[in-house]
Write a protein that binds this ligand. Structure first.
Ligand code: CO
Length: 434
């Protein structure tokens, strides 16, 4: 487990506009009435409200993802988890779907300093639009999003949206309908991801594990079990590629906690008992007090023909990528995060018997309340990002998780008038020079 440095404004402007970040830094519930024009311009309203500590919140979850990327870059870990990250809707100059700063884009940019190709996978029920848009015109990043499509937020993620320019066929969209179950999901997911790994050969993978695709989610409409959800993550570990695992959506909070606990166990190769140990939060998990959840009898609107059609179409697109793209050698850029932050890293060996649940040894006394009271731990090179400095109360956390991601929108066109303006890091890859 490690405590990353909070991301600074200059780290965030690697992707976001200076004006937007400056606004997030300055706006408070007390002064927001002085910023009406900017509130509108940056979409900070309704499902992306101003709240006390907003910028600090962004610094903490972003620092976790970027700090995790730095660790992967240095080979200090082969897997890093930041359950507080994964805010995939944030745009360059716009908040969206309760996402303000796009920690995923920033972490991928960091990974691109030492990795040639980064694969992004998003199993949140909502389209990973912010990440897709950021890398829509490049082949350095392939984005693959599985999501509910059709009269659903954010409205993007059509099967035919495949990327543009150098990025053509490097954006992969898997539009799904209500009620998809484990079996249907796996039918699509495994052959598709196997093909992606074969043709793209990424040297790092970022996995957004949004839990709103679980059965019974307050905003979602899929019918996945926790095991079905976790199977997607487990499958990616079989390729032995550095892995950054992030959180995301999830609005039936007790099931979000269940899901990410189970998935942490999977990454640690630990079998967690289905009966929960007694803890301070037991009342949230009644009446069953089990780790796993029952799926429902809702109709699965994804017919076998539909799923096979989508899969065939996407496999055909991938077959057009004849060879993996490469980038020339350059000097490695400096880290976004000062390495001194890693002085209190504690790593856990998979083979020993240390408990996967740590005491809250990094709890910051200055701020008192820790965001996460207990945190699953790590194996030899698996790290969990922890946020001891959070000033948020449990109530704030509930508020966050309950915030609606917003209403359906019309599709955003990805025209040439809004090209990528980010500078991609040059890369040195030690393993190959092609
Ligand atoms: Co979501």
């Amino acid at each position: 487990m490690f405590q990353p440095a909070p991301a600074q404004a200059e780290d965030m402007t690697q992707f976001h506009s200076d004006e937007y970040i400056e606004f997030l830094r300055l706006v408070t519930p007390d002064n927001q009435h002085e910023h009406m024009r900017q509130l509108k311009r940056f979409n900070v309203a309704e499902d992306c409200p101003v709240f006390d500590g907003l910028f600090r919140f962004c610094q903490l979850y972003t620092g976790g993802s970027v700090g995790g990327a730095v660790r992967l870059n240095h080979g200090l870990s082969d897997t890093v988890i930041n359950w507080s990250g994964g805010l995939h809707h944030a745009k360059k100059s716009e908040a969206s779907g309760f996402c303000y700063v796009n920690d995923i884009v920033l972490a991928i940019l960091e990974l691109l300093k030492t990795h040639q190709r980064v694969l992004y996978i998003d199993i949140d029920i909502h389209h990973g639009d912010g990440v897709e848009e950021a890398f829509y015109t490049t082949d350095r990043v392939m984005t693959v999003s599985f999501h509910k499509f059709g009269e659903y937020f954010p409205g993007t993620g059509h099967l035919q949206d495949v990327g543009q320019h150098d990025g053509k066929y490097y954006s992969v969209n898997v539009p799904l309908k209500d009620g998809i179950d484990d079996e249907s999901y796996e039918l699509l997911y495994k052959p598709l991801m196997a093909k992606v790994m074969e043709v793209y050969q990424p040297d790092a993978v970022v996995f957004q594990s949004g839990a709103d695709s679980l059965s019974g989610d307050r905003l979602g409409c899929f019918n996945l079990s926790i095991k079905g959800h976790a199977e997607c993550l487990k499958f990616m570990t079989t390729f032995n590629v550095p892995l950054l695992v992030l959180g995301g959506g999830g609005y039936t909070i007790r099931n979000v906690a269940r899901c990410w606990t189970y998935e942490t166990g999977c990454l640690l190769n630990r079998d967690l008992s289905d009966s929960m140990p007694e803890n301070d939060y037991s009342e949230y998990f009644g009446p069953t007090h089990t780790l796993h959840i029952q799926t429902s009898n809702m109709e699965n609107q994804n017919t076998r023909e539909y799923l096979e059609g989508v899969l065939a179409h996407l496999l055909d697109n991938l077959s057009k990528l004849s060879c993996k793209p490469s980038v020339p050698f350059h000097q490695v850029p400096t880290d976004a995060v000062n390495m001194e932050q890693f002085s209190n890293v504690k790593t856990f060996d998979k083979s020993n018997n240390e408990s996967p649940v740590a005491t809250n040894e990094y709890e910051n006394e200055q701020h008192g309340t820790a965001l996460l009271r207990q945190q699953p731990m790590v194996h030899s090179s698996l790290d969990v990002v922890k946020f001891p400095t959070a000033e948020y109360t449990e109530h704030d956390l509930l508020e966050r998780k309950l915030a609606p991601e917003g209403l359906p929108r019309t599709q955003v066109s990805k025209s040439e008038e809004t090209p990528m303006t980010m500078m991609f890091p040059s890369v040195t890859n030690k393993r190959e020079s092609s």
